[in-house]
Design a protein around this ligand. Structure first.
Ligand code: ADP
Ligand code: MG
Length: 892
């Protein structure tokens, strides 16, 4: 079914070639047959990394190379047991690396599966929503503004459809599309009847038949070329790499120094070379990236459980330093469950009291029931709301249950139904001939309907815009001119109602001679429709948490200032109802604004009547001031703002695919509280990563210090090469992993956000690492000297004491990892059950190394005896006690 130049073929002929009917689409048997034949519709081939690749990757590390050298040297020197032991270390190391990495990789893959794009297609006569992977050539796809084209399509039905093909053609202006065939030699950019995979629909709607899927699409051919490109590393991973490189060079230098001084001092050459290699192995933080990935993946899964899907890994880090959240109002702070409560017309105000079911609602005027059918203006308003509408109640009598569409429009349909107006019945009298979809740049929407040879235009939109476009008003005395005074009166009425928190839209209509007439001019104003959209119940608490966490919350809405102010007050964003709200028109030409005005704007918590384009300016305003900004968005036009923001947040329920694609995070439930949870998780993850890095590096630094200092002195080496490997590759790993899994400090949202750009290991942390290194070194060397000088142990027993001291010091050192401001006994480390598990496990492993004879022989560990053990435990607690005391004294 390889069709050459489908753009040059007429739709009907093409449908025939593809063996499909536009009305019914493919049947499922035919579709699965094609799926087998053409494969899944995706760009990357299987992204799953095989276990084999992961295993090989373990063996390619520098550590394995160093250890192999050490093993070969041992065997060459005839020390078979040592050589075999090192080989065993390689195997253990590879196994641990393999299991941690495969876990990390698999959980990342699971995460990416959560973010998938669906497509609306027609099969067996029904419209179905399927994952776009399932699409096959011949499928009929239905698209509208905000969707992302799921495959290459030949358009068969188009209504004002436009798409942005910059990713393919470099052309940044969206191109209009239609169904007309073009000649065979037309270049891609001019194939105006085709829609290409992964380009966004910016306007209109249409249907197309799939001509190519997966790697056969235009974008597939390009991406096949670039597919080999490196996976992008996050800033965190990059800085871990840099850190690793630095450490490697320092250690190699030290290792060489240790080897040379050792040999010069007449120590055993083999012992010194092995010690040098073991030290190098100790210092290479090869575990860091994997443990970091595990910590990230775990945190992301937890976020997903709480309804936040992360699109980009690096977002997790940025979340931790976010200090400004710009949030939508409707649906994010409010429930987005709307109902019409009041309709104000020239004949007065009518309150609608909803009953739960059809026919139960009451229309009240001054508290007295009235029959809506007797109020002509009211009926006109309701009819306009039902006509100028894209939602559908799906014929259910149980209101709202099966309705699809914008909640505001659903509410209008229900209000109409309450007065006995049925959309289908009304449409049969006034057939729809055209729709001007809701356009945020004018804040209005219009539909055209045939009516006795002329056209009835139904308009609804923001009150200020509709009043602006109206020249007359429907009154009880008929149509009258809309004078300046009357306009003024209605504006005030709108203000007053909005101040009560209503979301208000105005309805208007007119009669047009042709379907192409400009809809938003010479309108007849009908009335104001006030909808109630209650604030979400959990928002107040979430906003309080943000304030405690040093995060500023700004409402950025397309709605009018008075409504915005009322809702902002209701959710606790501002303290009084008179709080200042900046109007979108004051945001125009932001570069030209004075510093004071900019200060004013960035100081305000309510920005109303803001257009999607202005969101970009708002973001730059905050970013210029060094803030890390999160911004929410849902529409096609929000995509640039979502990209520009440090954290772009798209709505999973009401967001368009374009917005979801552009965002860093998608909220499955659209709720503001989910953003706050995500930030908390982001902080926790970063905190965990910091903890285990600090822990691993301070352990390694202490090992290096112990050996380096001892090698200059006339004492036995306090830890032998195999013991160094044992500590590093076995016992350090588990506490570090456990730290990476922590649930975080309960006070984490009571602290200010991390400074943007603050390194993982700050200057303060390096001082801490050096301090702990010295403490631990002193303890270990102290234990060695006491064993030799005071207890008179022989060298092997003394070295066993110093080795065991180091092992236990490192275990206890985990408890030094608590946040300085947390409780001494109750803190995030002691509450982490994995930490206790890791300590138990390591203790058992260490005891095995002492009491299981073959292990003890390989590791050259002698039983320290009762006095030896007392010394080990007593001394290994000292760094913990001093560490905690210093932490208390030096706490910030
Ligand atoms: P919000 O920030 O509250 O989501 P929007 O940008 O969605 O605001 O809407 C801006 C204004 O446009 C609303 O205050 C309302 O008056 C009007 N409006 C919103 N949706 C529609 C619609 N479907 N049809 C007509 N007017 C609408
Ligand atoms: Mg909205």
């Amino acid at each position: 079914m390889d069709i050459k130049a489908p753009y040059s073929i007429e739709p009907d002929e093409l449908l025939g070639l593809l063996d499909v009917s536009a009305e019914t689409g493919l049947n499922s048997a035919g579709a699965s047959e094609r799926l087998r034949k053409y494969g899944k519709n995706r760009l990357a081939a299987a992204t799953r990394l095989s276990a084999w690749t992961i295993l090989i990757r373990q063996l390619k590390s520098l550590i394995v190379a160093l250890l192999t050298v050490a093993a070969i040297i041992s065997i060459l020197f005839g020390d078979w047991p040592e050589g075999i032991a090192i080989i065993a270390v390689i195997l253990i190391n590879t196994a641990i690396g393999f299991f941690t990495e495969i876990r990390a990789v698999r959980s990342m893959e699971a995460l990416y599966k959560l973010v998938r794009i669906d497509a609306k297609i027609r099969r067996e006569g029904n419209v179905k929503v399927l994952p776009s992977e399932q699409i096959v050539p011949g499928d009929i796809v239905i698209l509208e503004a905000g969707d992302i084209v799921p495959a290459d399509l030949r358009i068969i039905k188009a209504s004002n459809i436009e798409s942005s093909e910059s990713s393919l053609t470099g052309e940044s202006v969206p191109v209009g599309k239609n169904t007309e065939a073009v000649s065979e030699d037309t270049p891609i950019a001019d194939r105006t009847n085709m829609l290409f995979m992964s380009t966004p629909i910016t306007k209109g709607r249409g249907e197309g038949v799939v001509t190519a899927t997966g790697l056969n699409t235009e974008i597939g051919r390009i991406s096949a070329l670039v597919q080999e490109a490196e996976e992008e590393k996050t800033p965190l991973e990059k800085s871990l790499d840099r850190l690793g490189n630095k450490l490697i060079w320092v250690t190699i230098l030290l290792a060489v120094l240790v080897i040379i001084t050792g040999i010069l001092r007449g120590r055993d050459i083999l012992l010194m070379v092995e010690t040098g290699i073991a030290l190098a192995v100790a210092a290479i933080p090869e575990g860091l990236p994997v443990v970091a990935t595990i910590a990230l993946a775990r945190g992301m899964l937890r976020m997903a459980e709480r309804n936040a899907l992360v699109n980009r890994l690096s977002a997790v880090e940025t979340l931790g330093s976010t200090n400004v959240i710009c949030t939508d109002k409707t649906g994010t702070l409010t429930e987005n469950k709307m109902s019409v409560e009041l309709i104000a017309t020239d004949s007065g105000a009518v309150r609608i009291v909803e009953g739960g079911k059809e026919g139960e609602a009451a229309f009240l005027v001054d508290g007295v029931k009235e029959n809506p059918r007797e109020d002509d203006i009211l009926m006109k308003v309701l009819e306009t709301g039902v006509l100028c509408n894209t939602a559908s109640l799906n014929g259910s009598s149980e209101k709202n249950a099966d309705a699809i569409g914008d909640p505001l429009e659903i509410a209008l349909l229900i209000a109409g139904l309450d007065a006995g107006i049925d959309r289908n019945e009304l449409l049969s009298r006034y057939p729809e001939t055209g729709v001007e979809p809701f356009d945020r740049s004018v804040n209005m929407m219009a539909t055209f309907h045939k009516s006795d040879g002329v056209y009835r235009v139904a308009v609804k939109g923001a009150p200020d815009s509709v009043l602006e476009s109206s020249t007359s008003i429907l009154t009880e005395k008929g149509e009258m001119e809309l004078t300046k005074e009357t306009k003024e009166e209605w504006s005030e009425k709108n203000e007053e109602l909005a101040g009560r928190g209503y979301r208000i839209i105005a309805h208007a209509e007119k009669t047009a001679g042709s379907p192409d007439e400009e809809p938003y001019a010479n309108l007849t104003f009908l009335g104001l429709v006030c909808l109630l959209d209650p604030p979400r119940s959990d928002i107040r608490e979430s906003i309080e948490r943000c304030l405690e966490a040093g995060i500023k919350v700004v409402m950025v809405t397309g709605d009018q200032p008075s409504t915005a102010r009322n809702i902002a007050h209701a959710v606790g964003l501002v303290e009084n109802e008179e709080a200042k709200a900046i109007h979108g028109k004051d945001l125009r030409n932001i570069e030209g604004l004075s510093e004071r005005d900019k200060e004013d704007i960035s100081g305000s918590l309510i920005l109303a009547r803001v257009s999607p384009e202005q969101k970009l300016d708002v973001i730059s305003l905050y970013q210029e001031r060094g803030n890390v900004v999160a911004m929410t968005g849902d529409g096609v036009n929000d995509a640039p703002a979502l990209k520009q923001a440090d954290i772009g947040i798209a709505m999973g329920l009401r967001g368009t695919q374009v917005a979801r694609e552009a965002a860093d995070i998608v909220l499955k439930d659209d709720s503001f509280s989910t953003i706050v949870h995500a930030i908390e998780q982001g902080r926790t993850i970063f905190g965990n990563i910091r903890k285990f890095i600090f822990y691993l590096i301070s352990c390694n630094v202490s090992e290096i210090m112990v050996v380096t200092i001892a090698s200059f002195a006339s004492i036995p080496l306090p830890i032998l090469p195999l013991q160094i490997l044992f500590l590093n590759l076995v016992t350090d790993v588990f506490p570090a992993l456990a730290l990476g899994m922590g649930e975080g400090n309960e006070n984490i949202m009571k602290m200010p956000p991390r400074e943007p750009g603050e390194p993982i290991i700050t200057r303060r942390s390096w001082l801490g690492i050096a301090g702990y290194g010295l403490l631990i070194t002193a303890a270990v060397l102290g234990a060695l000297l006491i064993s030799i000088k005071e207890l008179g142990f022989d060298d092997q027993r003394a070295v066993s004491v110093s080795f065991l001291t180091l092992a236990f010091v490192q275990l206890f050192h985990v408890f030094n990892m608590r946040e300085a401001r947390s409780g001494l006994v109750k803190n995030e480390v002691t509450r982490n059950k994995y930490v206790w598990g890791a300590i138990m496990l390591c203790a058992v492993i260490i005891l095995t190394a002492v009491y299981f004879t073959p292990a003890a022989q390989v590791l050259s560990v002698a039983n320290p005896g009762a006095d030896g053990w007392t010394l080990v435990i007593a001394i290994s607690l000292i760094p913990l006690v001093i560490g905690q005391a210093l932490k208390y004294v030096l706490r910030p």
